[in-house]
Design a protein. Structure first.
Length: 89
């Protein structure tokens, strides 16, 4: 039998990073905007950028400095929560 995958890391506390990419909502039905935050500390923990959902992505611009908490989403990827914009540039 295959061993169970280790549980995803849940990180306590907040992090700061820079909005790296925003993909606007497409024209297809059901499409959503989304984005990613670049953060050295969370990249060490998760090996990838932190996901922004559609509501978060619509409120920020690329290059914005943000503070956020992280939780692992249903796909096992780090997702920002309690996003706070510190500066737009």
């Amino acid at each position: 039998a295959a061993a169970a995958a280790p549980a995803p890391v849940q990180v306590q506390g907040s992090f700061e990073g820079t909005v790296k990419r925003i993909s606007p909502k497409g024209s297809a039905p059901g499409s959503h905007a989304f984005g990613f935050v670049e953060c050295e500390e969370t990249n060490r923990l998760y090996g990838r950028d932190v996901f922004l959902n559609d509501m978060q992505a619509e409120g920020v611009a690329v290059g914005a400095r943000v503070r956020f908490e992280v939780a692992v989403n249903a796909r096992g990827m780090p997702q920002a929560h309690n996003l706070e914009v510190l500066s737009q540039w």
